[in-house]
Write a protein that binds this ligand. Sequence first.
Ligand SMILES: NC(=O)c1ccc[n+]([C@@H]2O[C@H](COP(=O)([O-])OP(=O)(O)OC[C@H]3O[C@@H](n4cnc5c(N)ncnc54)[C@H](O)[C@@H]3O)[C@@H](O)[C@H]2O)c1
Length: 266
Amino acid sequence: MKGKKEQGQEQQYAGSSFAGKVVLVTGAASGIGRAVALAFGRAGAAVVVADIAVDGGHSTAAMIVENGGKALFVAVNVTRALEVESMVDKTVHHYGRLDCAVNCAGVFEEGARLAETEEAIYDRIMDVNVKGVWLSMKYQLRQMERQGSGAIVNLSSAFGAVGVSGQAVYAASKHALAGLTRSAAIEYAKEGIRVNALCPGAVRTPMLARALGREPALEKKLRAAHPMGRFAEPAEIANAVLWLCSGQSSFVTGHELSVDGGFTAM
Ligand SMILES: NC(=O)c1ccc[n+]([C@@H]2O[C@H](COP(=O)([O-])OP(=O)(O)OC[C@H]3O[C@@H](n4cnc5c(N)ncnc54)[C@H](O)[C@@H]3O)[C@@H](O)[C@H]2O)c1
């Protein structure tokens, strides 16, 4: 039987309905993006599931449809402008508009001290985590501007608020999202578009499993860094994303919301 503090995974989003809304989620083939896409599907939205991983993307879309929802899978590499533009075009062509966009596509690579980090690792992390989010926002904002409304949530990290020994480049990529998020929030505030970032602590996803697989000793260290003494379930992150996209957060923009079990409070 699960202890009380392990029950997060059973939580379901109990907030607003998204019936009639069109939502685009990048990185939706796995982990947090998949949980976000499923939560929006359950809340009544038409969901565009976008990812470079074709099998996982089709599976997420199929799960939404099996639950009685509407979903379309679009293959995209978020580091390529033409593919990102086409992802937004397909969304609008298929569902007519774009109400909410959640940019979850991201990578986390094997750690090394800064002077030992390979240039190729730097390029890969910055390409996906920063350029990919910038490009996604670029085309999402163009569509939302035409409509005069929209909400964007970028998946940052608790590592976007602190220095991280052995992960300087990943930390830098997530710090960069604060600059993109706050600046876009200011630029588009008067056009009815809200832009926020969500900063999770460690979340039980394939990304975390790969990191723990590479370095098993990390699990104990990471748990100790979270005052709640556990990792988040993807559904707990999805709940906060849906809140940031809902009318319940109508005066929230340019904000980095921590959902980290107290990680950054320490
Ligand atoms: N899991 C955690 O502990 C944690 C904590 C804080 C922040 N985050 C952030 O949350 C986001 C989601 O992470 P996750 O744990 O669900 O990871 P994940 O690896 O389970 O999922 C990431 C998804 O992004 C996709 N992706 C990667 N590169 C892409 C590209 N170039 N184009 C399109 N899609 C691409 C992958 O195919 C995958 O489906 C990431 O931005 C990550 O940095 C994760």
